[in-house]
Design a protein around this ligand. Structure first.
Ligand SMILES: C[S@@+](CC[C@H](N)C(=O)[O-])C[C@H]1O[C@@H](n2cnc3c(N)ncnc32)[C@H](O)[C@@H]1O
Length: 196
């Protein structure tokens, strides 16, 4: 997967990394910043997603589509399609451009809207990456876990960088008998869960 990343994807990843680095320096307000995962988190997502059971792939928090591109590498390998959700119009435009120029449109459905509305209605989640505003994590976790198929994965970002904000979700995950879980110290720290 990582030895033969198509040029169109590699070039867009580089472009988004440049935008993200500029955001962090030039005083762009927090909500408008891309706030992308680092490449090592992207690789971890791709490795785990490529071993997901049958079912839906979901991402909550597309931003410019950087983490989605990593997950798409697994979709290309095992023939899946990911649904990714973003609430900000400008970021949806950027992500749309990302998927077009990276030439990955067959592997992704980009949805402009709050993922929680979709989660209430959906079933059979095989892989989910949760990377949204921190106050949404616990409600999203509560919606996602019951909808996961056996052996499915939930990965939530910022489990170390925002440990205090995410305490309600993290505390529950550590004692939740529906899943096995641990915190993985990659990037901002990931809550990693596998459904029993
Ligand atoms: C940290 S950024 C995502 C970064 C992205 N995953 C990456 O690594 O390239 C979080 C994004 O989630 C979006 N967001 C927040 N709450 C959301 C929700 N309920 N549904 C969908 N998107 C949401 C924000 O607008 C923001 O763009």
């Amino acid at each position: 997967m990582f030895h033969d990343i198509p040029n169109s994807i590699q070039e867009r990843m580089n472009y988004l990394r440049t935008l993200d680095a500029a955001d962090r320096k030039d005083g762009t307000p927090l909500l408008q910043r891309l706030r992308q995962v680092p490449p090592e988190t992207g690789k971890f997502l791709a490795l785990i997603a490529s071993n997901a059971p049958k079912g839906q792939f979901i991402e909550i928090g597309t931003s410019g589509g950087y983490s989605t591109l990593w997950i798409i590498l697994s979709c290309m390998k095992i023939e899946r399609k990911i649904k990714t959700f973003e609430v900000l119009k400008e970021k949806v435009q950027l992500a749309k451009e990302t998927f077009r120029v990276a030439q990955v449109e067959p592997y992704v459905e980009l949805i402009f809207g709050d993922a929680r509305d979709y989660l209430e209605k959906t079933e059979e989640i095989a892989f989910c990456f949760l990377d949204a505003e921190k106050e949404y994590y616990k409600a999203s976790y509560d919606l996602i876990i019951p909808k996961m198929v056996k052996g499915a994965f939930l990965i939530a970002d910022n489990a170390i960088s925002h440990k205090e904000d995410l305490k309600p979700m993290l505390n529950q995950a550590m004692t939740d008998k529906r899943i096995d879980s641990l915190i993985v110290p990659i990037g901002s720290g990931l809550l990693f869960c596998r459904k029993q």
